[in-house]
Design a protein around this ligand. Structure first.
Ligand SMILES: *Cc1c(COP(=O)(O)O)cnc(C)c1O
Length: 223
């Protein structure tokens, strides 16, 4: 598997589609990541804080690191100085902690709200009402070190393409609704993070601006 070729092919596929690639490097070694970096590609995603911090420390500092996994409040402090985008914010309490840590470093941390769109129970995320409640809360309005840049969602792990499409479509509708009704210093709906190796084509057709792709670039993961 030649990761450089894979990255180039994804870039070609996305050219002109208004959709960005985040290369998901979880469980993959630094030398493989460096091969991709050397093509000029700079946006990488991890889902575990410990791995994310270790890779941040070992790799070039101009990489844009994306935290794509569930984030625990007590771990925000480890990524606050450098994180480029937090994809999976799913509570006001977490947002509060990110705001607090961002303030320490005198920066504004960009976040996406994770919306639960899958039919499986286990996945994290807010429903529509919870997302709207968060955005309209006084607590959120008082946060000056946060920028909500959009939404993120994961479709059901199924072979039913139509179901996946409907889930992505529902997320896009919510994205557009929020974008129309809410703008301000702490919110600007620009990014819709949806689509992974198995469903990114559908996600792009349904309006994704950011796909998170791991195994289609780096091969299958051995845990
Ligand atoms: C692992 C992961 C991905 C990438 O998954 P692939 O199927 O390997 O492309 C995308 N998003 C999240 C949140 C992940 O944890």
């Amino acid at each position: 598997m030649d990761v450089k070729i894979n990255i180039k092919e994804f870039e070609k596929k996305l050219d002109g589609k208004g959709c960005q690639l985040v290369a998901v490097t979880k469980t993959k070694p630094n030398d493989l990541i460096m091969q991709v970096y050397e093509t000029g590609f700079k946006d990488f995603g991890e889902n575990k804080i410990q791995d994310l911090v270790a890779k941040y420390e070992a790799l070039p500092k101009d990489i844009n690191w994306h935290m794509i996994g569930h984030l625990q409040r007590n771990k925000v402090k480890y990524i606050a100085p450098f994180i480029h985008l937090v994809h999976a914010v799913d509570s006001l309490r977490l947002l509060n902690e990110i705001n607090k840590q961002a303030k320490k470093y005198n920066r504004q941390i960009c976040c996406l709200l994770q919306i639960h769109i899958a039919s499986e129970e286990a996945k994290f995320g807010l429903n529509k009402e919870e997302a709207l409640e968060l955005i309209t809360s006084e607590e959120f309005k008082a946060m000056h070190h946060i920028k909500i840049k959009g939404l993120m969602g994961m479709a059901t792990n199924t072979t039913d393409q139509e179901q996946i499409r409907q889930e992505f479509r529902g997320l896009k509708i919510l994205f557009d609704d929020i974008k129309r009704e809410f703008t301000g210093p702490a919110i600007a709906m620009e990014e819709l993070s949806m689509g992974m190796s198995g469903d990114y084509q559908i996600a792009i057709e349904e309006g994704s601006t950011m796909i998170r792709v791991g195994s289609a670039i780096f091969g299958h993961r051995n845990y």
